[in-house]
Design a protein around this ligand. Structure first.
Ligand code: SF4
Length: 230
């Protein structure tokens, strides 16, 4: 090998050594990249669609996994799908959903920037022999909520929100493992597996009782303050 060739080889080896010493490995392709939250949520959703872990799985029309941003700063959790949600496969549609959209807009949030899910993914019915009856809804039993819990926990682990809002007594009691209702729990932050959780009334309760609008507005102002604090 001539002296010139040796000099070229030396320069190449030096350049490679510098590359290997470089701390910034982020530019290098990862042989086994971790699935994005989007892809992982889609895989989890497919699992839920096939789930028969509790009796609700054989009674539903559509599983209702959740909607929103996979990188949402806040996740809203309700109790379970109702008649409309069961047909559309989406949480919080119908009148209560429209009211939730207005509540979100009032604090500068939207269905696209938050994530919305329920503690159970399938429609709990008072009378499963009447699936076409509107209003044939009930809160999930503790057994149904326990069977479904790992799906919500997996969603939250993927999204990693800064805050969770529990909508209504059923969601708040289940997530906080307490017998206290939302009237006692709301107005202050709680801890859910290391994530701050704020309980408030379910939008359906506001439709029945206008007096609940003020405490919900206070809770949403507190959520806004918390998110803006960074
Ligand atoms: S409610 Fe949850 S646990 Fe029960 S069948 Fe549906 S997805 Fe499975």
């Amino acid at each position: 090998m001539s002296g010139t060739e040796l000099a070229v080889l030396a320069r190449e080896l030096k350049a490679r050594a510098e590359l290997l010493d470089d701390d910034d490995w982020s530019a290098l392709p990862d042989a086994h990249p971790a699935p994005s939250p989007n892809a992982a949520l889609a895989a989890l959703s497919a699992e839920v669609e096939a789930c028969r872990r509790c009796p609700l799985g054989s009674q539903r029309l559509k599983a209702v996994f959740g909607v929103g941003s996979p990188s949402a700063r806040v996740v809203f959790v309700g109790e379970g799908p109702g008649y409309e949600e069961d047909r559309r496969g989406e949480p919080f549609v119908g009148k209560a959903g429209q009211l939730l959209d207005k509540i979100l807009a009032a604090v500068g949030l939207s269905r696209e920037t938050v994530y919305i899910a329920n503690i159970v993914k399938c429609h709990p019915m008072t009378d499963p022999t009447q699936p076409d009856l509107r209003g044939n809804d009930r809160p999930p039993t503790p057994e149904e909520a326990a069977a479904c819990r790992s799906y919500l926990e997996a969603q939250l682990d993927l999204i990693k929100p800064r805050a969770v809002v529990a909508l209504g007594s059923s969601a708040a009691k289940t997530l906080l493992d307490t017998t206290d209702g939302v009237a006692r729990l709301r107005g202050r932050w709680h801890d859910f597996r290391g994530t701050p959780l704020l309980p408030t009334y379910h939008p359906a309760a506001l439709l029945r009782d206008e007096a609940l609008k003020r405490p919900v507005w206070d809770d949403m102002k507190e959520l806004k303050r918390f998110l803006e604090e960074g």
